[in-house]
Design a protein around this ligand. Structure first.
Ligand code: OF5
Length: 121
């Protein structure tokens, strides 16, 4: 019978996958790994209108939902900004988001992407 074909990742998916893996490694505690639920964060779904997390981003990467690299970077920023909206500044979540955002945007800066473009076919 016909075998299901596994879609060959596009060059964009491969570049996004490369950065996503680096970001996942930076979230050692897993605070950003899965959607934040109302039972671990009271009223979260009332306060944060557009939730985002690394597992949702992974699903979007594999489904080819990111048309451009900036679309992916925007979800990463949204995830960090949500944490800095919901949590007070002196929490591990706010501080973790601040650190993750700084490291991630530095890694995915326009200069870094230009360098990458030079070495890609
Ligand atoms: C303490 O263990 C965990 C485990 C998973 C979490 O989110 C997926 C979180 C978590 C992650 C967050 C964020 C990202 O705002 N959060 C906010 C308040 C209370 N908990 C959290 C904490």
């Amino acid at each position: 019978e016909r075998k299901p074909t596994i879609a060959e990742p596009t060059p964009l998916q491969q570049v996004i996958d490369h950065f996503h893996k680096l970001i996942e490694r930076k979230d050692a505690n897993g605070f950003f790994a899965f959607p934040v639920t109302d039972n671990i964060a009271p009223m979260y779904s009332r306060i944060i209108s557009s939730p985002m997390d690394l597992s949702t981003m992974r699903t979007k990467i594999d489904a080819g939902e990111y048309e451009t690299f900036p679309d992916y970077r925007a979800d990463f920023k949204l995830m960090c900004e949500n944490a800095m909206t919901y949590n007070l500044p002196d929490t591990v979540y706010y501080k973790g988001a601040q650190k993750l955002m700084a490291a991630g945007l530095k890694m995915m800066s326009k200069e870094k992407l230009l360098q990458l473009k030079r070495v890609l076919p």
